[in-house]
Design a protein around this ligand. Structure first.
Ligand SMILES: N[C@@H](CCC(=O)N[C@@H](CSS)C(=O)NCC(=O)O)C(=O)O
Length: 247
């Protein structure tokens, strides 16, 4: 059993976990200290300037602004980051959203000597992916797997059976000590491990039929931003922005 719970990072690996208090979204900056190439995972539009400034402060060059999926609760920062830096936007092909680069199962995103491997993990949405960086023992699970939870499956092509099978078949088949970083946490937690979630996740430790029943009875309120976020995120946050977001 692993209780490490923190990554042992290569000396040339840069890592920062950033937060948006409004949507409880985590954004991750990953970089290569030698080549200076960097990527941002799940940036939020309100923090595009913060994120671009951090990239600059660390003398990095933002290569890709990446989404784990088409978010329903906030507008992605990828469109704004394209204006502020030379980055390209990335999202899965299955998301149906526009981007400079569309990724799919088994694709690899390179920044310097580091490689993010793409696992397709639909269920919360059709286009959800998990990014795994094996040499650092870290994975970015988006909304597929949350800490002691998982993404809801009651809209945006949500499918509880798919989610269960993908989390079990892909995320839970990573090494137990892999540190998992979700797109959200609503209780102040920051990361978890495959081992912890396999033992302690109150939804995903159940049988498939019990899981489906739990998901059918979550009774969560509709995300407040959904009607603005989905149209904007279909264009990677770049077009049809609500007036208050236009720069
Ligand atoms: N209250 C928030 C939305 C909270 C929510 O529904 N979160 C989603 C991920 S963002 S679409 C979710 O899947 N939650 C699962 C859970 O068990 O909480 C808002 O209005 O934005």
């Amino acid at each position: 059993q692993s209780v490490r719970g923190h990554a042992t990072m290569a000396s040339n690996f840069v890592f920062r976990q950033l937060f948006d208090t409004k949507s409880s979204t985590y954004t991750y900056l990953l970089g290569d200290a030698e080549s200076k190439d960097a990527v941002l995972i799940d940036p939020v539009i309100e923090h595009a300037k913060r994120d671009a400034q951090l990239v600059k402060d660390l003398n990095l060059n933002l290569k890709f602004a990446i989404n784990t999926h088409m978010h329903a609760d906030h507008i992605t920062g990828t469109g704004e980051l394209k204006k502020l830096t030379n980055c390209k936007s990335v999202i899965s092909k299955a998301s149906g959203a526009k981007a400079d680069i569309h990724i799919d199962e088994s694709d690899v995103i390179e920044f310097g000597t580091h490689k993010l491997r793409v696992f397709s993990t639909p269920g919360h949405t059709n286009g959800c992916v998990t990014y795994y960086i094996p040499e650092q023992g870290m994975a970015f699970t988006g909304d597929a797997l949350l800490i002691r939870g998982c993404g809801r499956t009651d809209f945006q092509e949500g499918n509880s059976t798919n989610l269960y099978e993908n989390v079990h078949g892909k995320i839970f088949s990573l090494p137990d000590e892999t540190i998992l970083y979700p797109a959200h946490d609503y209780k102040g937690m920051m990361s978890t491990t495959v081992d912890e979630e396999k033992r302690l996740n109150p939804r995903l430790t159940k049988s498939l039929s019990e899981f489906v029943e739990i998901m059918e009875n979550l009774n969560l309120a509709y995300p407040k931003m959904i009607d603005k976020a989905l149209p904007a995120n279909k264009a990677c946050g770049l077009y049809d922005l609500p007036e208050e977001y236009q720069t």
